[in-house]
Design a protein around this ligand. Structure first.
Ligand code: ADP
Ligand code: MG
Length: 380
């Protein structure tokens, strides 16, 4: 498919309009692969951002470029089909523009440039950050402010329908609703958000394994399908409405694979509640054990880990992390590690060195701060 610039420049419909916005990435402390089954998750926005600078162009087209991608695009506003190849990144950006357009908002043409210090495809949700930064510049130019949940849902739909990724709602909500120094307890069935402070003596360190195994996307869809099969067996919309006891009594009928997939989801939902209580009580040891249990469950029951992630989690334990687990869809991406704040930068250096010693491969570790959600920086 080719996208050509519209040949005729259209009359300037807007005199001026310059908007800058930024949207953070996110980590997830616990609650993995439960968002699409209506569970509670505990992400937090982090101090790595996608930034967007947009300028009205008075034409009926959107011109997009990104410092993280080749493939600049000129797209007619009415364009309706996803991009492929080296332009596919624009599905996350123009897809959002199209969603505002389709919702009836009078979007006019603009040029937008994205810059980012958020690693792409590392499980830190650069996709939701790119979507949300786009959403905010569109809103800024329209003089519009959608409620956060509505914006998140619109971005999620763009990711589903344009990027073809059937993601849950966690990423878009976390990116929009972050609170400095806090994780967010997000109930993915009601979209209710309750900020939960991370004790000051604790910090998060992300370790990007730098691998992404090819089976990731197909396996994600299969996990969702297994969960849906289990939910259908119990005649519920989501597995959040099934207890561990009910699940165990249906083990034979469900079959071993579906049973274990559902066991991950149901046990992970329980761990989130326990983790939040442990943090609140300042019981860091208990919080760390719950992260370890989350990783084991993702590795053994959900089977979405990989050797690299397992090795990183094992090394983290040896380096004194309070808790460590794989994060995100799996088959690569990052681990999230909870460490004493005073040891965070040392831990980040040590895990890179130790991983290199053990495997000969390079990973990247980032000590991150928990920050506020996406925002418009200025409108002129
Ligand atoms: P994650 O969200 O964990 O980073 P995804 O695979 O969901 O991983 O999304 C990564 C994709 O998002 C990239 O491959 C690219 O298409 C797009 N993307 C994210 N940030 C940018 C950016 N700043 N510029 C261009 N594309 C980006
Ligand atoms: Mg993503």
């Amino acid at each position: 498919m080719s996208i050509s610039p519209s040949k005729v420049s259209t009359p300037r419909t807007q005199i001026s309009g310059f908007v800058r916005a930024r949207a953070p990435g996110r980590i997830n402390l616990i609650g993995e692969h439960v968002d699409y089954q209506g569970g509670v998750v505990m992400p937090a926005a982090i101090n790595r951002y996608v930034k967007a600078a947009a300028q009205a162009n008075g034409r009926s087209e959107v011109r997009l470029s990104s410092s993280q991608s080749h493939g600049d695009l000129v797209v007619p506003l009415e364009h309706k089909t996803p991009f492929s190849g080296d332009k596919s990144w624009a599905n996350y950006a123009f897809g959002v523009v199209a969603k505002y357009r389709d919702a009836g908002h009078p979007v006019t043409g603009f040029d937008v440039k994205f810059e980012s210090n958020l690693p792409l495809g590392a499980g830190l949700s650069s996709s939701a950050a790119l979507e949300t930064a786009t959403a905010l510049v569109v809103e800024g130019m329209l003089g519009l402010e959608l409620p956060q949940a509505e914006r998140a849902l619109l971005c999620q739909r763009a990711e589903h329908e344009w990027a073809g990724v059937p993601c849950g709602i966690m990423d878009q909500l976390a990116v929009n609703a972050g609170v400095a120094g806090h994780a967010l307890k997000i109930d993915c069935s009601t979209l209710e958000i309750a900020p939960a402070p991370l004790p000051a003596n604790l910090s998060a360190v992300v370790v990007d394994s730098k691998v992404k195994h090819a089976l990731a996307d197909g396996e994600y869809a299969k996990r969702r399908a297994d969960c849906e099969a289990a939910a259908a067996f119990f005649d519920v919309e989501f597995l959040r409405d099934v207890t561990a006891g009910e699940l165990d009594s249906a083990q034979i009928q469900l079959g071993e694979r579906v049973y274990r997939r559902a066991r991950h989801v149901i046990s992970e939902m329980a761990r989130v509640g326990e983790f939040a209580a442990a943090l609140e009580a300042g019981d860091t040891a208990a919080a760390g054990l719950l992260m370890a249990a989350s990783h084991s469950s993702l590795r053994d029951d959900y089977e979405v880990s990989c050797q690299e992630l397992d090795t990183l989690v094992e090394i983290a334990g040896g380096l004194g992390a309070i808790g460590a687990r794989m994060m995100g869809g799996g088959f690569g991406g990052s681990t999230v590690n909870l460490v004493e704040t005073s040891a965070a930068s040392r831990f980040a250096e040590d895990i890179v060195a130790r991983y290199r010693e053990e495997t000969g491969a390079e990973v990247e570790a980032l000590a991150v701060n928990l920050v506020g959600g996406a925002s418009i920086e200025n409108v002129e």
